[in-house]
Design a protein around this ligand. Structure first.
Ligand code: SPD
Length: 353
């Protein structure tokens, strides 16, 4: 009789496992994402809804993310790479294909941001936030109104600039200042950019990609090369902050949710990605980290949830850039083997600190 009961129990457990696809549902998710980018409230709400605990580990650049995964870090379930890094990761087989049947909230994404050139068919990624890389300044501090990147070389900015701690972004800005393609692979142009960047260094007080707006707000810096979301955060605190796309052209980028190859908790990763694409999560993101949102349903929800916040999102050049603003915005691209050249130049520039 006892043997019979054990056998029955064994069969029941086996049936349950088959019903669950042969795997136990994950109760943990390891997120590796940009610092200052995913609200803690969002993570807590996801945990409350699903019982899945989220561990949030951070990076400050695409290069840091890529290097860590290429070095073999394997415990992560969800990452947020930008456009050109997605292209590299797809090329190197570093991403899992997404099961779109588990991401019904994908319909919330504005179709201007689906099927991007770096991931045709949205096979590996879904949009998280997008934005620009522009020039932010405090109009009460700067001695003249900057309109060009070239203005940042003015001695009036000595030790008064904050710059992103991001080689591709900053070398890209210098290439744009020189009138070159920001994705050039021409060695002579890159060497010239390095010299030009060395000339800017006396004006750079600090490199900071995590919270560059802090230096503007506390008066340490008067202007900076920064992402739109940092400018929006600064503008919320201080309406004298201005954010422009300089006449040589600014940057444009698209950050995306993705699952690294062999992620240990793929079911939790898909549940998380679907949750992040919900209108509620989208509003939490825009409230705390106001980059530009690709989520139409989220922006629609924001209108009724917080009309004042929606209006400030719509009115600010950083969050809702006009066509004019974007006319000369250029994305960073995968430059293949020339990446090592960009990396070397950046290391040498930083080594000068
Ligand atoms: N603090 C989060 C910043 C995220 C910015 N991602 C943009 C990368 C563009 N190269």
């Amino acid at each position: 009789m006892k043997k019979y009961r054990i056998a029955t129990l064994f069969i029941l457990v086996a049936l349950l496992l088959v019903a669950c696809g042969g795997q136990k549902a994950s109760n943990v998710l390891n997120l590796y994402a940009w610092s200052e980018y995913v609200p803690q409230g969002l993570l807590d709400d996801f945990t409350a809804q699903t019982g899945i605990k989220v561990n949030y580990d951070t990076y400050s650049s695409n290069e840091e993310l890529l290097a860590k995964l290429q070095a073999g870090a394997s415990g992560y379930d969800v990452i947020i790479p930008s456009d050109y890094t997605v292209a590299i990761m797809i090329k190197q087989g570093m991403l899992e294909e997404l099961d779109h049947s588990k991401i019904p909230n994908f319909v919330n994404i504005d179709n201007r941001f689906t099927n991007p050139d770096f991931d045709p068919g949205d096979k590996y990624t879904v949009p998280y936030q997008w934005g620009t890389t522009g020039l932010m300044y405090d109009k009460t501090k700067v001695p003249f109104e900057p309109t060009h990147w070239a203005d940042l070389w003015d001695p009036a900015f000595a030790n008064r600039l904050v710059a992103l701690d991001d080689g591709r972004e900053i070398i890209g800005v210098v290439l744009q200042t020189l009138g070159y393609d920001k994705n050039t692979v021409d060695q002579a142009q890159l060497e010239e950019a390095k010299q030009k960047l060395l000339e800017l260094k006396p004006n750079i007080r600090l490199f900071d990609s995590d919270s560059p707006h802090t230096a503007l707000l506390n008066g340490e810096a008067w202007a900076g090369i920064t992402w739109n979301g940092d400018a929006a955060l600064a503008f919320r605190e201080n309406p004298d902050i201005v954010y422009i796309c300089p006449q040589e052209g600014c940057g444009i980028w698209f950050d995306n949710l993705a699952i690294p190859k062999n992620a240990p908790h793929k079911d939790a990763a898909l549940a998380f990605i679907n949750y992040v694409l919900s209108p509620k999560a989208s509003v939490m993101i825009t409230e705390e980290f106001p980059y530009s949102s690709p989520n139409t349903a989220g922006l629609e929800y924001l209108k009724t949830y917080d009309a004042a916040l929606y209006q400030s999102y719509m009115d600010f050049s950083g969050t809702n850039p006009s066509d004019d603003f974007l006319a000369h915005a250029t994305p960073i691209r995968d430059v293949g083997d020339a990446t090592t050249l960009y990396d070397r130049i950046w290391t040498e520039i930083k080594g000068e600190e």
